[in-house]
Write a new protein. Structure first.
Length: 280
């Protein structure tokens, strides 16, 4: 580890350590004055827990799950938490660098640098307000941070959705290759992709059509395409409906026929082939 990296890690560790020390000192100070007002039967442990519950500050959970994706380090995170505590628990909307330095284990220069970085990246803004009497004041706003957190979360959710879709398609291709006992041709890959992206056939319905083709001994993407087309024409939307529909076909001795029969099919539609009564 480089000296600079070790130094930064040491600084960040001290940030968390002194934050914990400060927090418990504050809590114990409150306990000293508040425990006297509580029931004498309450133990010091229970009193401490009660005070901590009353003095809790809510932080956005996504701040902890997304800050790494936003490019924030632990020191900048701690600075943001201090700003939130000043605002929510003490009513200080624009804590000075000196006030922040008193609670953190880093120098004023480091705090200034972090604030500048947060403002430059659009995670923190400084707003100016005019109060009654024309008095101007400034305050920190974390609204830009919350907006970035929301965008990061939605982007991650979208990325995961795309990954799930890609994984699902890959599994579908593998299933076809396993049933066909051979690799798929480029044309077959294109046909499967068309079923999913253009025709919008549900994946489970495509799998049901594959199983129907296997049952009929017709391992062909063209044949499966005919099955899907016939199901679509008959408003078949689920594998369960497809199963019932196929049972009726088999009871009648009918297969989905993709090849032309001797009679010319001038309509351009495919035949439903009655294989029971067909002469061999």
């Amino acid at each position: 580890m480089h000296l600079g990296e070790a130094s930064e890690a040491s600084v960040l560790n001290r940030c968390f350590f002194y934050f914990q020390v400060y927090f418990y000192n504050q809590v114990l100070g409150i306990v000293g004055s508040e425990v006297k007002k509580m029931d004498r039967k309450m133990s010091p442990h229970s009193a401490l827990v009660d005070v901590m519950q009353q003095g809790s500050t809510a932080f956005p959970v996504m701040l902890f799950t997304e800050y790494k994706r936003l490019g924030l380090n632990e020191g900048q995170m701690m600075l943001l938490l201090h700003i939130m505590v000043f605002r929510d628990k003490e009513g200080v909307l624009f804590p000075t660098v000196h006030q922040l330095e008193e609670r953190m284990s880093v120098s004023a220069d480091q705090i200034i640098q972090w604030i500048q970085t947060l403002v430059r990246k659009g995670y923190l803004s400084i707003e100016e307000t005019v109060e009654e009497g024309g008095i101007r004041s400034e305050r920190y706003s974390i609204v830009p941070l919350l907006q970035e957190l929301a965008a990061s979360y939605l982007e991650r959710d979208s990325d995961e959705s795309v990954t799930r879709t890609e994984t699902s398609q890959e599994n579908l291709f593998q299933l076809f290759e396993r049933e066909f006992c051979r690799p798929l041709s480029p044309m077959e890959y294109e046909m499967l992709t068309k079923w999913l992206d253009e025709d919008k056939h549900p994946e489970d319905l495509i799998i049901a059509a594959l199983r129907e083709a296997v049952f009929c001994g017709k391992l062909s993407c063209r044949y499966i395409d005919r099955i899907l087309l016939e199901w679509k024409r008959n408003r078949i939307h689920t594998p369960e409906e497809a199963t019932e529909f196929s049972k009726k076909f088999r009871q009648k001795g009918i297969l989905y026929q993709s090849e032309r029969l001797p009679e010319e099919n001038r309509s351009g539609e495919f035949f439903l082939y009655n294989w029971v009564n067909q002469n061999s």
